[in-house]
Design a protein around this ligand. Structure first.
Ligand SMILES: *[C@@H]1O[C@H](CO)[C@@H](O)[C@H](O)[C@H]1NC(C)=O
Ligand SMILES: *[C@@H]1O[C@H](CO)[C@@H](O)[C@H](O)[C@H]1NC(C)=O
Length: 220
């Protein structure tokens, strides 16, 4: 019972709401390390990039893209010609490759979704670094990024704490009552034992006394 109270309290602190936040390539939260070309409805994106773009826009760049977020997952959507390293924090880079020769040969890949889930809920830095040593240099067409924020559920937070405290108080009272009841029972038992011992003593004494009287009577 006591343990369940502690678990209830902990649940109050752990509980969180997961929320997906979509960041468009036009968002000021996306930091481009160099020149960019924004394509959209009025400045059409290249044919291979056009289909299914979020907000009908993408950003073309030859430079690294950096995004800082605090959350437990990210899902990025991009296209590229060449190769790029996807780097999350200090982790080993993941290399995406789509060589121009493949595209020209008709075996190039379309837009890519890269994701990582199960991250610690701490600040992260995602870097998409194009390989600039290729000829021609890598072009990235960045469409959008979703990250999953883990927000504390304030309402159930307070609810769980209040619930936990009430449960705890109930448990403590329950234990107190149980202890008092057990003590009372023990006292009553002991008193009854004492009482019956006294009664037994009295009975024995009376019997002896009666026996004594009878003995006395039998005396000549
Ligand atoms: C967030 O979006 C990803 C990809 O679209 C999806 O798999 C995931 O279930 C979403 N998470 C939430 C909490 O909506
Ligand atoms: C869509 O793109 C425009 C600029 O092209 C921008 O002003 C707007 O905020 C974007 N919408 C979303 C939902 O990001």
């Amino acid at each position: 019972m006591h343990r369940s109270f502690i678990i209830l309290l902990c649940l109050g602190f752990v509980r969180a709401i997961l929320q997906n936040i979509t960041v468009d390539d036009t968002s000021p939260d996306i930091v481009y390390g160099g020149g960019t070309f924004h394509c959209n409805a009025t400045a059409p994106c290249p044919d291979g990039l056009k289909a299914g773009l979020f907000n009908e826009s993408a950003t073309l760049t030859l430079s690294p893209i950096v995004f800082n977020f605090t959350g437990v997952a990210f899902y990025a959507s991009l296209d590229l010609v060449g190769a790029a390293a996807i780097i999350l924090d200090e982790e080993e880079p993941v290399i995406l490759s789509n060589p121009l020769s493949d595209i020209l040969a008709g075996s190039g890949q379309g837009s890519r979704n890269i994701s990582k889930t199960g991250l610690a809920n701490i600040p992260h830095t995602l870097t998409i670094a194009p390989n600039t040593t290729l000829t021609p240099p890598t072009i990235i067409g960045f469409d959008q990024l979703i990250y999953t924020a883990s927000l504390p559920d304030k309402k159930s937070h307070v609810g769980a704490i209040v619930g936990g405290v009430l449960a705890g108080v109930a448990v403590i009272f329950g234990m107190l009552f149980a202890a008092l009841f057990a003590r009372r029972r023990k006292l009553i038992l002991r008193r009854n034992q004492r009482k019956s011992a006294v009664l037994r003593g009295i009975t024995v004494a009376r019997q002896n006394h009666n026996a004594g009287e009878e003995d006395a009577k039998e005396l000549p």
